[in-house]
Design a binder for this molecule. Structure first.
Ligand code: THU
Length: 133
């Protein structure tokens, strides 16, 4: 399954719009029903308006009618491993549990796997907002 997610994320990465940073990112989500949803980063000439690949993948999952992340994988550019930014960690948490796995990749595939709790410890989660979901 990891391989399948990696291939899907790489394919999405190829479609990124990243002319400003030159750093393409792809993300693939395995949803609770086994479906896969992908996203890429989409930058903008007004720099802060760009969105990350993980955010795009979450939007694609929601638009497809799924609301729960079983696993998510991220692949950036170059040799270094890309981990989700702080904002994306919080967005992932919205649709995942503390134990949900986040795979981070180098050029050849998964380099490390973390739980949401490891990347966003003591998270402010939807259960804390006092609202019913
Ligand atoms: N980026 C992502 O899409 N996901 C990450 O996990 C890290 C950063 C994007 C944002 C921006 O378009 C580019 O990578 C450089 O930071």
């Amino acid at each position: 399954m990891e391989r399948q997610l990696f291939q899907a994320a790489r394919k999405a990465r190829a479609r990124a719009h990243a002319p400003y940073s030159g750093f393409r990112v792809g993300a693939a989500i395995l949803a609770d029903d086994g479906s896969i949803h992908v996203g890429c980063n989409v930058e903008n000439v007004a720099y802060p308006e760009g969105i990350c690949a993980e955010t795009a993948a979450i939007a694609a999952m929601l638009a497809a009618g799924r609301r729960r992340i079983r696993e998510i994988l991220v692949v950036g550019s170059g040799r270094a491993v890309t981990t989700p930014c702080g904002g994306c960690r919080q967005r992932i948490r919205e649709f995942a549990g503390d134990a949900t796995v986040i795979h981070v990749c180098g050029p050849r595939g998964v380099a490390a796997s973390f739980t949401v709790d490891e990347l966003l410890p003591h998270a402010f989660g939807p259960d804390m907002s006092g609202r019913r979901r």
